[in-house]
Design a protein around this ligand. Sequence first.
Ligand code: THU
Length: 136
Amino acid sequence: MPTPAQLRKLEAAARAAAGRAYAPYSRFAVGAAVLTTAGKVHTGCNVENASYGLTNCAERTAVFSAVAAGGARTRLRCVVVYTPTRTATAPCGACRQVIHEFGPSSRIVSICDGPARVDSPIDALLPGAFGPADLA
Ligand code: THU
């Protein structure tokens, strides 16, 4: 679990990351920040493409950035996602699966432009997940 100070830092980082989104098609700028078990913070934004299906969500950008910086043993403690909405939204299914790979015990916090927030463990968002152990 992140400390309250770590959570505030993650929230600020996720909001700032949305400012770097490449979202010319949806005009929906999303930011994410992850806290690793090593105590590092990594951020991501959504990166769209003229071939729409190639879009990468903010959450996956942040997770891949954390792994690229920290290596294959990277584990996630918490993921904060900011969407430019009045209500908090949870990560899409693809992002839930990728978050689960590196943070099966992680906590997902969704924040937005309103006071609403959603805070839940990844296993509540992706019950019965397929994971690395299933390949053993
Ligand atoms: N998006 C994210 O980056 N994260 C989410 O949790 C929801 C959706 C992006 C994908 C696309 O660039 C835009 O938001 C609209 O779906």
